[in-house]
Ligand binder design. Structure first.
Ligand code: DON
Length: 565
């Protein structure tokens, strides 16, 4: 009997040890701050956010400032002509989410991107005026201010206006990006725009017209963008270019507060974006599938770990394509999808011996185009409020159509709809009826702004751009911290990989994974592709350390930078 008790005790302790074994402590850290951090794609935007915090503003005030400053400093993805999502957790532990996603215009229709033979007309949903969804960013920011703002909106927007007037210095990466997009700017815009210039590193770009747009919005409030002179100018411009957005579309646009997706993983509570983003649901499905396995002991980016994440992702993305769409239009079985037993069942067909074929889950043969044209920022303030926000024009510089008079690019978010069932969009994502186009419907997203609690306390705020790779990038960063004991910066810096069911291939950041692991995976039947994905995600995050200080992770794959105090 004594023996049996000892045996049971040993068994119990070894199970408990699953997540307790510690790895070598993180060898380096990102920016450490005592009280508050803002991390975003450009230091100019992070600094304006921080300035607002230092003035006594909260994370929500700082969010508005950062989002608008990105519209100036990072026109690649920051925007007035796009949309986004935000997840928050207040200092009192209240959680919520804001959907300021674009909508299809009233004149949009299910087959608007198909020719008479029902084939997709290439480029119609991605470039030029018909690609544009009704923008949500300005409505989103004013909605945040209405609910949570503590500083007057003037105090928040004025530094952004000053930045637009003073101008923003071109970085090396920006110089390259602008050069590579120059031909499509010229092809898409009839009128000359500032981006026809060949901008070089250290040049300063001033955004005078954008400054005036901000000034009129500041003077007349949110109505200016959706009903006022700015709205009229915008509609006139889009229609002159051949677009279908009307004043009624702008009049009717509303940002919507949503219930975030919430689930547990070990002792973490993950709070992430709900539909019309697929981010939270897919993240929950993947993490639920992984939880029963001992990733910690399999080790970071080992064959087994990559295999498991791949197989969990394969199954989650297959569901994404079938079930998910705008919740105001389609019924989504959220509770089932994020149920741990459901994921357990989905993983029953998995074996470490051999890759599951996506063709046994469904069929298709398509290409992913990788890009990082969205942008994510995270803020934790000195009061303990946290926000996590991802904002986008969709493709780099959106539809490439630039409204010169107002000073901003317009999105090409319409491509996130499924133009034709079974046909991939620009991220290789396949959709079904749930994500078909309909007037006023929101297109399905992968954006995954996420906040995490550990033992009921604020622990992390993170997110990333990267189209379909957003979900798997957020996932791997969380696992790097939780399972592999890394700090925030180290977690962000790690090489990433991605699988999205179709195409049936593991995309990997090139030359970052060791050849033994790659050979193992090949032998197990996995297809690997290192050729077309130089960057998978650009993650920005903040981690609350054990000593209550904050650590930022700013992704050096971009010009991203954290500031704090
Ligand atoms: O909402 C989405 O999922 C996409 N429009 C995000 C686009 C994106 O991340 C662009 N960068 N790759």
């Amino acid at each position: 009997m004594k023996k049996l008790i000892t045996l049971l005790l040993i068994l119990f302790i070894s199970i408990q040890c699953k997540k307790i074994t510690t790895f070598k402590k993180t060898s380096y850290q990102g920016l450490i701050a005592e009280k508050a951090i803002v991390v975003s794609a450009r230091k100019e935007a992070s600094k304006i956010g921080l300035q607002i915090l230092k003035k006594g503003g909260n994370a929500f005030d700082a969010m508005i400032a950062t989002e608008f400053a990105l519209a100036v400093a990072y026109p690649f993805a920051g925007n007035l002509g796009g949309g986004g999502f935000m997840v928050y957790r207040t200092k009192n532990g209240e959680i919520g989410a804001l959907d300021y996603r674009e909508k299809a215009p009233l004149l949009a229709s299910k087959k608007m991107y198909l020719d008479k033979d029902q084939n997709i007309i290439k480029g119609k949903s991605t470039i030029g005026p018909l690609a544009i969804g009704v923008p949500g960013t300005v409505a989103g920011m004013f909605e945040v201010h209405k609910k949570f703002g503590s500083l007057p909106i003037e105090d928040i927007i004025q530094p952004v206006i000053d930045l637009a007037k003073k101008g923003v210095v071109v970085t090396k990466k920006q110089e390259k990006r602008l050069a590579s997009y120059l031909p499509s700017f010229k092809k898409t815009n009839k009128d000359s725009i500032p981006f026809f210039n060949v901008w070089k590193e250290n040049d300063t770009i001033k955004y005078q017209n954008l400054a005036i747009t901000f000034e009129t919005i500041l003077k007349n409030g949110v109505e200016e963008f959706y009903k006022g002179e700015t709205a009229k100018k915008l509609v006139k411009f889009i229609q002159k270019e051949g677009g279908i957005i009307t004043l009624e579309d702008l009049n009717k646009y509303k940002a919507v507060w949503r219930e975030p997706i919430v689930f547990n993983y070990d002792n973490l509570k993950v709070i992430s974006m709900s539909p019309p983003s697929s981010g939270g649901i897919c993240l929950a499905q993947i993490m639920n599938s992984l939880e029963p396995f001992d990733l910690h002991n399999y080790k970071h980016n080992s064959t087994k770990t990559i295999q498991l994440i791949t197989e969990a992702s394969r199954r989650a993305y297959a569901d994404r394509s079938y079930f998910l769409g705008d919740p105001d239009f389609v019924k989504i079985p959220i509770d089932t999808l994020i149920d741990k037993n459901y994921s357990k069942k989905r993983m029953e067909s998995f074996s470490f011996e051999k890759a599951t074929l996506s063709s046994t889950v469904s069929h298709g043969n398509i290409q992913i185009v990788e890009s990082n044209e969205t942008t994510h920022y995270s803020i934790i303030d000195q009061f303990g409020n946290a926000i996590s926000a991802t904002t986008t024009l969709n493709g780099g510089y959106g539809s490439k159509l630039y409204c010169n008079e107002l000073g901003f690019f317009l999105n090409n978010e319409m491509d996130d709809f499924s133009s034709k069932p079974g046909e991939p969009n620009m991220f290789g994502l396949i959709g079904a009826e749930a994500n078909s186009i309909a007037p006023e419907k929101r297109m399905l997203s992968s954006m995954t702004p996420t906040i995490i609690e550990k033992n009921n306390k604020l622990y992390m705020s993170l997110g990333t751009p990267g189209g379909s790779t957003i979900i798997t990038s957020v996932l791997q960063t969380i696992l790097n911290v939780h399972e592999f004991n890394m700090g925030m910066q180290q977690a962000v810096d790690q090489p990433r990989f991605h699988h999205q069911w179709l195409p049936d291939v593991i995309k990997m950041e090139p030359n970052k994974f060791d050849s033994i692991t790659k050979n193992n995976l090949l032998n197990l039947g996995y297809n690997l592709d290192e050729t077309n994905s130089p960057i998978i995600g650009k993650v920005n995050g903040i981690l609350v350390l054990e000593n209550k200080k904050l650590e930022a992770g700013a992704d050096k794959r971009g010009d991203d930078e954290a500031v704090g105090f």
